[in-house]
Design a protein around this ligand. Sequence first.
Ligand SMILES: [Fe+2]
Ligand SMILES: [Fe+2]
Length: 213
Amino acid sequence: MTAYTATETDATLPRELLEFLPCATPESWIEAALANPALLLIDHAQCEKKAASTAMSLMFRYVDRPELLTKMSQLAREELLHFEQVVAIMQERGVDYSHLQASRYAEGLRRHVARDEPQRLIDILIVGAFIEARSCERFARLIPRLDAQLAKFYRSLVRSEGRHFEDYIGLAQRYAGAPAVAERIACFAAHERALIEDTDTHFRFHSGVPAAV
Ligand SMILES: [Fe+2]
Ligand SMILES: [Fe+2]
């Protein structure tokens, strides 16, 4: 796997998280995010809501895994709190909450999840770790370019999503062991890299390189 190329804002991110991600967010995505502040907030709100919903569906499916139940319950509550915080900022800024088609990112990763248990659970946890780690990296990359209010909010999210990344990886390793998890991470990393580095027609929080307009 090709190593992540460091950027100057990476000092704020944990080393494990940077080693986990296969590539840095392209500068062209950062530029598109700054040019589309309303779209960024709306899709961010969607992502927080989806993160809570994914955690809750795991709680329904894996009732025999006590550590998962505790971690996912805490995670779902935090994601809903983030959702409320994003919606409050949108209201303050006069951003209308409209329906948005989801980006191809999460679906593009989930498509490679094994159909059968016990591998299915491990893969879902690894996909969760990628979504959290990429979100964390994007918040960190945006912080130096944002206004004070959003920068402060994103700093708190970097800490929280970084913890969620650790929770997902920790659960996967607990249930499958570190070597087996490392093998699956390498497989998902290749897909994740393609989703981040390939051209995307719609700008979203997890979209790839923006298509030229
Ligand atoms: Fe969140
Ligand atoms: Fe999260």
